[in-house]
Design a protein around this ligand. Structure first.
Ligand SMILES: [Zn+2]
Length: 463
């Protein structure tokens, strides 16, 4: 009988990896990196329960690093099979995996300088070259049609509405003439949001794996555009800059979309806006290439005037010199830069320059993990340590928290409500323990299906 082994995102939100074994074959669904605490990151260095060379295929739900960031390591450790994803996910991985490798190499160099590593000299989890090797094993599959991987496995991807290219997967496993259908939610997006389409709902499955990132919470309601306009107008009136730390994939594009609308509706003045993140610029251009996932309309002529993501006076800065020149801008402006949680990247030098200025504002638009710079600002820190200096926080700290890319609790329940017949088992994954147990109670009372919260490395028979 087929089995599933939970090699990640079990009892936690990162490291998504699910191994399906049937008829002597092995298929790995997602291949994510563990992120967050030291203990979790340590798992990236442990051996998988099976030899990577014995895995036949990898299948991806979407490009986020907690679903793909272990691929270069898997390949380096002997995995030689194809990695299946749609072409938008492939394009995003071409940006994200080398970037992740670059961070791994930087961490290793930093550890070497500080002398705190088990390895002597400290080693990166994988290198940029190894990320490039992994990319060569990618094979594009259709966005929405059935794709037959082998006699044992076929997959049908459906739009998950979470980021460009994001899918949930309907996997049919055939063993001894018997078919078992497993649905993998990947990450489920939001309903009724601009840009991305609504998540499609599954209608049939024997087993369902459902993410529960926000399984215990609803997103706040309220008019995002109005809140953005308020912060920008107040800051512009004071003569300051609005600095927005934002994730390069998804959030930056959502911000540009709202800002363009506010400009067109004359609800904010036309300010110079700087998108200071090479990754965000590259990702934004992928929206033009992959229109199957979203409802934006790019016009072919007069690009800068009709692009829904292109505000009127936008400056995309790739080079470090151009990035530093933004410090010379003394008139009101908007600066969008990464990292989204103020844990590194160019946002740091913008904050070092703008935080001491009481006319300016920092606008927090995404989830801020414990220990991040963004969390410290939200908690009212008087100083932020940047590049070894204590920078005084005099700028206004504001938050707009509706821009999440993850379904809230009731949206997850809505996603699960399309089944024509009850699945045999609902597995809850990709959530912190509090969220997992809250969502188990909610799902159990609404659907009356058997619900399981699998443990890390647990194997379950799919009878
Ligand atoms: Zn994701």
């Amino acid at each position: 009988m087929p089995t599933i082994t939970f090699l990640g995102a079990a009892g936690t939100v990162t490291g998504s990896k699910y191994l399906i074994e049937a008829a002597g074959k092995r298929l790995l669904v997602d291949c994510g990196l563990f992120e967050g605490t030291r203990e979790l990151r340590q798992r990236n260095w442990e051996h998988l329960t099976v030899n990577p060379s014995s895995i036949d295929w990898v299948l991806l739900t979407h490009a986020h690093i907690d679903h793909t960031g272990y691929l270069p390591r898997l390949v380096r450790d002997g995995f030689r099979g194809p990695i299946f994803s749609n072409s938008a996910t492939l394009d995003l991985c071409e940006l994200l995996l080398p970037d992740s490798a670059h961070l791994q190499e930087e961490d290793a160099r930093y550890a070497a300088r500080k002398g705190y590593s088990r390895h002597k000299p400290p080693l990166p989890l994988y290198t940029v070259d190894e990320a490039q090797s992994a990319l060569r094993q990618f094979r594009p599959i259709p966005r929405a049609d059935v794709y037959k991987i082998s006699p044992e496995f076929s997959v049908r991807p459906h739009d998950a509405g979470h980021i460009l290219g994001s899918s949930w997967l309907e996997l049919t496993v055939t063993e001894n003439g018997k078919q078992t259908v497993i649905v993998f939610s990947g990450d489920v997006g939001r309903y009724d949001q601009p840009i991305l389409k609504n998540p499609e709902s599954p209608t049939r499955a024997d087993y369902v794996l459902c993410e529960t990132t926000y399984g215990d919470r609803e997103h706040p309601t309220g008019d995002v555009a109005e809140q953005l306009a308020e912060v920008i107008n107040h800051t512009a009136k004071r003569g300051g800059a609005v600095v927005i730390p934002a994730f390069a994939v998804g959030r930056t594009q959502m911000l540009l979309y709202y800002l363009r609308q506010l400009e067109d509706q004359q609800r904010i003045p036309r300010l110079p806006m700087f998108v200071d993140s090479p990754m965000a610029i590259s990702v934004t251009s992928l929206y033009e290439k992959h229109h199957e996932d979203h409802d934006l309309e790019f016009s072919t002529e007069e690009r800068s005037h009709h692009d829904p993501l292109n505000v009127h006076e936008v400056h995309m800065t790739r080079s470090v010199e151009d990035s530093k020149k933004i410090n010379d801008v003394v008139s009101p402006c908007v600066i969008i830069s990464a990292s989204g949680m103020i844990t590194g990247g160019r946002i740091l030098h913008h904050l070092a320059h703008r935080l001491p200025d009481s006319r300016s504002a920092v606008l927090i638009v995404g989830y801020q993990a414990e220990g991040s710079g963004g969390r410290a600002l939200l908690d009212g820190a008087k100083y932020l340590r940047i590049h070894g200096e204590e920078v005084p926080v005099r700028a206004q700290i504001q938050e707009v928290s509706q821009l999440s890319a993850h379904a809230g609790k009731s949206e997850l329940l809505r996603w699960l409500s399309g089944f024509q017949a009850p699945p045999r088992q609902l597995f809850l994954v990709h959530g912190e323990p509090k969220s997992l147990s809250a969502f188990r109670d909610a799902a159990a009372s609404q659907f009356h299906w058997p619900v399981t919260i699998p443990e890390y490395k647990q194997t379950v028979d799919l009878t």
